[in-house]
Write a protein that binds this ligand. Structure first.
Ligand code: DX5
Ligand code: ZN
Length: 220
């Protein structure tokens, strides 16, 4: 079982409500919202007001991916704005245990996000506290980049690490995922698959989600 989380970054912002309805019709269960501050990553995107607006019009799970400096200052605000999942980059937060606990106390699922060049060993002391790990398969900042191949092996190793500890931590993967690679990504252990350009780039987001869901189960 896996879920598709369309990344709204590639949606048409002038028609956000329609885009959300379309991906829901296609079978998406999670909406991935990329929050960028122009400091942790070179791009600036959207923030709390947009999350509050989306919350009013959908019952889908809202998954906020915080690509920001000092995430501890804002993580709880995103949970209060209506996010059901909040992920924080381990590279941006020296107090990630505190941040994760605060997100969980606010009633949202807390995730640790890791960049492609960040080793799994950084998760050693925090894995047991996280509801999910967001494994980046591109360098964060932009949609439409190519999947970094060796991340597949990282997902499998993380899957094993989670099983070895008897945890139920979910693995989310983000960046460069499309019909060409989703089967092996799901077979490798990813349970939440983010897709931006593969969902919104072709003009029929509902059908794109359907195809990804179908293709993703091919090897499992
Ligand atoms: C990248 C973002 C991703 C991005 C995915 O920094 O975190 O969520 O929108 O887009 P695609 O699927 O086009 O790589
Ligand atoms: Zn993302």
């Amino acid at each position: 079982m896996f879920e598709i989380a369309p990344s709204l970054l590639s949606a048409d912002f002038t028609r956000l409500g329609e885009e959300i309805s379309a991906v829901r019709d296609g079978g998406a269960t999670v909406l991935h919202v990329d929050v960028m501050d122009g400091r942790f990553v070179p791009n600036i995107t959207i923030g709390l007001p947009v999350v509050r607006s989306i919350r009013k019009i959908t019952d889908l799970v809202i998954d906020t991916h915080l690509m920001i400096e000092e995430p501890g200052r804002y993580a709880v605000e995103f949970a209060k704005a209506g996010a059901n999942m909040v992920s924080v980059h381990v590279e941006a937060d020296p107090h990630i245990h505190r941040t994760i606990e605060s997100v969980r106390a606010a009633g949202a699922r807390a995730g640790v996000a890791i960049n492609p060049a960040t080793p799994l060993s950084v998760l050693d002391e925090i894995l047991n506290y996280a509801d999910f790990v967001l494994v980046m398969s591109v360098n964060p900042g932009f949609g439409g980049q190519s999947f970094i191949g060796p991340v597949l092996n990282k997902v499998s190793r993380l899957d094993q690490m989670i099983k070895d500890r008897g945890l139920s931590t979910k693995i989310e993967i983000d960046g460069g995922i499309d019909l060409s690679n989703i089967s092996e990504i799901v077979a490798g252990g990813a349970q939440i698959v983010v897709a931006g350009s593969a969902v919104f780039g072709g003009g029929d987001p509902a059908n794109a989600v359907r195809s990804l869901l179908e293709k993703g189960t091919e090897w499992v």
